[in-house]
Write a protein that binds this ligand. Sequence first.
Ligand code: NAD
Length: 340
Amino acid sequence: MYEVLVTGGAGFIGSHFVRRLLRRDDVAQVTVLDALTYAGHPENLGEAFLDPRLVFVHGSILDGPLVEQLMARHTAVVHFAAESHVDRSLTTADTFLTTNVLGTQILAASAGRHGITKFVHISTDEVYGSLAEGAASEGDPVRPGVPYAASKAASDLVALSHYQTYGLPVCVTRSSNNYGPHQFPEKVIPLFTTRLLQSEKVTLHGQGQHVRNWLHVEDNCAGIELVLDDGEPGEIYNLGGGTDLTVRDLAAKLLLLCGKDGESVACVPDRQANDLRYSMLWDKIAALGFRPTHDFDEGLAETVDWYRRNPDRWAPLTRTPYAACATAAIAPAGEEAHAR
Ligand code: NAD
């Protein structure tokens, strides 16, 4: 039986993963440890709260004594908690390094003291940096191009050092861009969708030529679950296999789904740091049985539909000071985030 500590479980991916865990009979307890930053919302867990196996702890992974107390009651850790928005990292990198790197160190050290049997550290394709051509495999060096990616790459190395030094059974997953319901509306798909649903314009940096690989959040969670169950300690697993699209092509699909035309899109100068293309090989996770199952066009239509049906969930977020920060802090007036 698993007793799983899920950090960042009130965020986008973590909350989907918690629901998935609670569908299993061999999970006795799921504890969510979440600081409820601007990105964390208990509503993301919704009906999961009806399950008596779910315990929610409002606290930070940086709180060593709290982490120590919680770790003692669990057998596995899935570590999602992070500052996750590239554009914010361009102006507040210190917070990213503290949460993502020091937070991982505090968790991993505590996990080692409490005999945790699997520590899954959640990371990103961005650690490989921008690739003009080809695709990164797990053995390739990290070449992060932006502060967010640097903080994630550093946190991967910290987590893996606990395997090398202390034998903590650490696995790292690196997924491409996720999409799906209840993502915070600073990331490109919910940002564009919520703007278009409010008949506002969206902007593309440069000509919208930046390429991202889009993986449905449920596919990513299925891969993470495989790694939790069958991942080899000390190994990194790329979670790719989504759909490659330029931001321009993504915007065109969203325009159609939201009933808008090209009048709703404007181009602005590219920002100073904007990786052109990420790409990964994912044969290692495929060998564990991973296959993405969500068709992108269907998944995107369902995602847009979720935002259309749930304005009460996102409209307040687009009006708060931190939502304003998501656009104002990252780009000159009138511009907005568009990569992740
Ligand atoms: P998110 O921003 O939606 O959620 C992050 C969660 O972490 C929030 O609930 C927040 O409150 C919590 N958190 C932040 N600081 C904390 C702290 N000090 N203590 C406890 N909780 C804290 O992020 P997401 O998109 O769900 O991403 C989850 C993880 O997956 C991150 O590690 C991210 O780097 C990684 N990832 C995300 C994507 C993507 O496309 N969203 C892709 C690849 C990897």
